[in-house]
Each structure stands twice: as structure tokens, then as C-alpha cells.
Design a protein around this ligand. Structure first.
Ligand SMILES: Cc1cc2nc3c(=O)[nH]c(=O)nc-3n(C[C@H](O)[C@H](O)[C@H](O)COP(=O)(O)OP(=O)(O)OC[C@H]3O[C@@H](n4cnc5c(N)ncnc54)[C@H](O)[C@@H]3O)c2cc1C
Length: 443
């Protein structure tokens, strides 16, 4: 029997003993599907979506299979990371069409979570750019699916969190970009009403939009923050800089778990105040390299250790526009008063959803915060917030989740039964499963 090792997602909660096998060839996936298993990427999901007692890592399946610079189409094995894709395609003037806030997830992980970026309001999530998937199913067969071929499998897999089969390879439509730089406009806001107003008013003017919200403020400063808008910069705006310079290499790595977590209430207050007041004028413009614009957190390796050994949860919800601003203000206020939040409160706006059966984005606001696991009261507290989200017809993002209750999950994802039906068809014995799918009653 294979030796088990302790595994976790990015939040380091929960810890799960797992037999980890590394697939090197397509045939390894077919063999692995014979017994219960979970495909695993680079473990950048925060909770238990990437965890199970038996996982097959796809990280070694990272070959580029085809690149057509005329049409901007890339076909690659699923274990390639976004960083590796950027390194290859950017010199040709292409960029991933959708990117999460880190460049270290794999292509397979981004498809399985149907990830969104700062451009969802304008361009949608990953699903909008996936042309075809080559998958290894529970019976070991290799099949292709797309919008036109086995469409039900395609839409169950985009956002399906690895539960329909192994994604072996994917064809992705890339985005043509004039340079590696972003023209950024930062707008400082005084309170929640202004943050929401600026986000919604600027939606149609900018491709990229994200607001950093000071999650520690209450009262009249509740929801104050900085809205960061962005557009790919044209060559003329670069003032002589080469449009595609090299990629930054150096990064500082957190060497060990910080005892008790360095991110305590006092240090977070100082951090937030410095970040907010660093911008003196209300509006400021800058030309920013794609790395600090899209991936500011990647500058510090293993930053998740700053939360200490107990780890942390990332709480991300989406709430429809109708009552969304009020509901999120209510959540922010409760979190700030409970004193459980972190500086990483991020607000984005979503455009319409796609046909992915378990895909997260719905038209509305999405809020994401890190919640350090300091005491036993944190998880019950988040369950009470989830009830508010259910009542508002909102949902929790599965790629970040580790605690959602079954009944809340079923209420949040109305296409769950359709998903289960597709899964039964392609995986009748329920071989593909995870700690998350067992917890939520999907498997
Ligand atoms: C700092 C940070 C910022 C982030 N920002 C965002 C953001 O802005 N937007 C966003 O949407 N997400 C964001 N995320 C979450 C992250 O993008 C997703 O969780 C992504 O799925 C991680 O990919 P991974 O390769 O690490 O996959 P893992 O975490 O290993 O797995 C995630 C899921 O994908 C499945 N999977 C992985 N590979 C395959 C495969 N080959 N075949 C089938 N299923 C597979 C797994 O079974 C699992 O269910 C962020 C994460 C971090 C750490």
C-alpha cells in the first residue's frame, strides 16, 4: 500500500492524510480512474476541494501540445501552470484571457473551478475561452467534449471541481495584448456606498476592476477602500520601454509558520491604514507591469504561513445586484465587529453567469476575505453568515470553501441535481470524489 502524506489546500485547513500519485503519461490517468480518486493540480484552492485520501497530481503533465499564433489558440496538458503559459505566449503578444489572483494554479485547476478574474463583468470566466477538453473518464476512456460535442459533460466539468473525470488537455483561446503592462487607475473611496458606486459606474469603461476594502472598519468608514481599474497598455503609452520585458524572478519566501500568526488584529490595522493612506490623492494613474497588477501576492512565496499553523479560511461569496450592496455591507459589518477579518478583503463585480452547472459567478457583487482560524467560534460564525447569503440567493465559492453545510450548498447551487445526473452518466460508480464532494453530499 502507498504511504500517505499530510496534504492541504492553500489555507492549510483541513489537513488530510493522502496517498499521492504523480501522473506522467496519459495512460497513468486511465489506470488511476479504476478506484476512487481525485485529480489534483497545484493545491491553490484554499479548502478541501483538492483533497481526498487518494489523489493523482497532474503537475508533471505540463506539455504544450499546439500553439496557433494566428488564431491565438493554445492546446496544452492540464498540469501546466498559468505562469508557464505566460512565459511562453507573452513574447508572441498573448495573455491568459482570465486569470485568478495568482499565476501558480494549473490549467486543469482553473477549468475545474471555472476561475474568474478582474474582468468577469466584461468578459466572463474561464469557461468563455475554453474551446475543447480532452478527458479521461471513470471507465478509462479518453473523450473530447466541447460546446458542440458531449456538451453536458463540458458544462459539468467547467466548475465541476474535478468530479467528472481527469482533464488531460485543454484548448484555450488566448487574449491578444499590445504589451506586458497595464494602465492602472486607482480611486480612493471613503465608505461602502462610494466603493459600490465607483465599481458599478466604471464597469463599462474598464476591462479590469477590483476593489480592496478595509475589512477592519466599522461605522461611517465601513467599506472604505481603493478601486483599482486597469486596461492593457498600448505601445505608445510605454514611453520607450520594451513592450515585452522579462518576467520577475526574485521573491521573498516566508521561511516557517509564524508562531500564533503574525497577522493579528494590531498588525492588520497598521497594514490597512498604511495601504489606504499610501494614496494621497483621490485618483492616481500609473503604468504597472502585469505581475504586480494581477499577482501582487505572488511576490511573497508561501505567504499562507503568516497565518500560523492553524491555517485560515478564505470566505468568498457572490450576491445578486438586487440587494447585494446591502447584504455585503451587512456581512462586512458583522465580520469587522466580530474581529475575525484580515486585510485581504476584495470586492469585484460579476457579469452574467454561464451554463456551467456548478460554476460560481452570478451577476452581482463578490466579496472575498481571509479569516484566520484563531478559535473554535470562527466556523459557527461563518455558518450564520452563510444563512444570510442563502436568504439573498447568493452563494459561496467552492474553490475557497472548507466548511459549507450541505443544506446551504443545495440552496446556493440550484443546478446541483442536473450536475449529479451528468456525473452518474459518466461516472456511475462515483469514482471521482473529494473531501469537499463527500462533505457536501455530491458523492
Ligand atoms: C492567492 C490566490 C488567489 C486566488 N485568486 C482567485 C481569483 O481571483 N479567482 C478565482 O476564481 N480563483 C482564485 N484562486 C483560487 C484558484 O485559482 C483555484 O482554486 C484553482 O482551482 C487552483 O488551481 P490548482 O491547479 O491549484 O488546482 P487544485 O487546487 O489542486 O484543485 C482545484 C480543483 O481542480 C480540480 N482539478 C485540478 N486539476 C484537474 C484536472 N487535471 N482534471 C480535473 N480536475 C482537476 C481538483 O480536483 C480540485 O477540485 C486564488 C487562489 C490563491 C491561492
Amino acid at each position: 500500500m502507498q504511504k500517505k502524506i499530510t496534504t492541504s489546500g492553500w489555507g492549510r485547513y483541513p489537513l488530510v492524510a493522502a496517498a499521492v500519485q504523480r501522473a506522467r503519461y496519459l495512460s497513468d490517468l486511465g489506470r488511476a480512474a479504476a478506484t476512487p480518486v481525485l485529480p489534483q493540480g497545484n493545491c491553490r484552492s484554499y479548502g478541501d476541494a483538492c483533497l481526498y485520501e487518494r489523489v493523482v497530481s497532474t503537475l508533471a503533465l505540463k506539455h504544450l501540445l499546439n500553439f496557433d499564433p494566428q488564431r491565438g489558440l493554445l492546446r496544452a496538458q492540464a498540469g501546466i501552470t498559468l505562469a508557464e503559459i505566460i512565459r511562453f505566449v507573452l513574447p508572441y503578444g498573448f495573455f491568459p484571457p482570465v486569470t485568478p489572483g495568482t499565476k501558480f494554479p494549473t490549467l486543469g485547476g482553473c477549468i475545474a473551478a471555472d476561475v474568474h478574474g478582474k474582468n468577469h463583468h466584461a468578459e466572463g470566466s474561464m469557461a468563455a475561452f475554453v474551446e475543447a477538453l480532452d478527458m479521461v473518464l471513470a471507465d478509462g476512456s479518453l473523450v473530447r467534449c466541447s460546446r458542440h460535442q458531449r456538451a453536458e459533460l463540458f458544462w459539468a466539468t467547467l466548475g465541476g471541481m474535478g468530479l467528472t473525470g481527469f482533464i488531460y488537455a485543454a484548448t484555450l483561446r488566448l487574449k491578444k495584448v499590445p504589451s506586458a503592462y497595464i494602465r492602472q487607475r486607482a480611486i480612493k473611496t471613503a465608505n461602502w456606498a462610494e466603493t459600490c458606486r465607483v465599481c458599478t459606474e466604471t464597469q463599462h469603461q474598464y476591462t479590469y476592476s477590483v476593489a480592496w476594502v478595509d475589512g477592519l472598519q466599522t461605522g461611517r468608514r465601513l467599506g472604505r477602500g481603493r478601486v483599482l481599474l486597469g486596461e492593457h497598455a498600448g505601445v505608445r503609452e510605454l514611453k520607450g520601454k520594451p513592450p515585452f520585458p522579462g518576467h520577475g524572478e526574485g521573491r521573498w519566501v516566508v521561511p516557517f509558520f509564524w508562531p500564533g500568526g503574525v497577522l493579528n488584529a494590531k498588525s492588520l490595522k497598521v497594514f490597512n491604514a498604511l495601504y489606504y493612506h499610501r494614496q494621497v490623492r483621490r485618483t492616481s494613474d500609473a503604468l504597472v507591469h502585469y505581475d504586480p497588477y494581477f499577482y501582487p501576492l505572488d511576490a511573497v512565496g508561501d505567504w499562507n504561513r503568516l497565518y500560523g499553523r492553524r491555517g485560515f479560511l478564505q470566505y468568498q461569496v457572490a450576491v445578486p445586484y438586487a440587494d447585494g450592496a446591502d447584504v455585503i455591507a451587512d456581512l462586512l459589518g458583522r465580520i469587522a465587529r466580530a474581529g475575525v477579518a484580515s486585510p485581504l478583503a476584495v470586492l469585484k463585480t460579476f457579469g452574467p453567469p454561464n451554463a456551467g452547472l456548478l460554476s460560481f459567478p452570478i451577476a452581482g457583487y463578490t466579496l472575498a476575505l481571509d479569516i484566520p482560524l484563531r478559535d473554535d467560534g470562527t466556523i459557527p460564525f461563518l455558518h450564520t453568515l452563510n444563512k444570510i447569503v442563502v436568504a439573498a440567493q447568493g452563494r459561496v465559492y467552492l474553490a475557497k470553501d472548507a466548511i459549507l453545510a450541505r443544506e446551504d450548498f443545495a440552496a446556493m447551487y440550484p443546478q446541483l441535481e442536473q450536475f449529479k445526473a451528468v456525473k452518474r452518466k459518466y461516472d456511475p460508480e462515483g469514482r471521482f470524489r473529494s473531501c469537499l464532494s463527500d462533505r457536501l453530499g455530491i458523492t
